[in-house]
Design a protein around this ligand. Sequence first.
Ligand SMILES: [Zn+2]
Length: 87
Amino acid sequence: MDLIKPCPFCGCSASVEEVEGGADPVRFSVGCDNGDEADCMGYQSLTTFARRSDAISAWNKRAEPPLPVEPPGHPVIRAPDTRKSFP
Ligand SMILES: [Zn+2]
């Protein structure tokens, strides 16, 4: 079974939902399990796929964690340049 990554928006688990309608009898979409779309943008994926594995791989692509915020640079501690202080 394909691993479904956690929701990129709220971090909770996500699952495949079967969606009816369209040209195909059943399509698949992945949404997070957060239950209330007011709480999470990932509640339901807008895109549906004919194959479950396609829905999961598309979700997993989107679910890449955001790039880590660069921490403030370590302060560079320089030894005083005594050569200039004593010409
Ligand atoms: Zn979510």
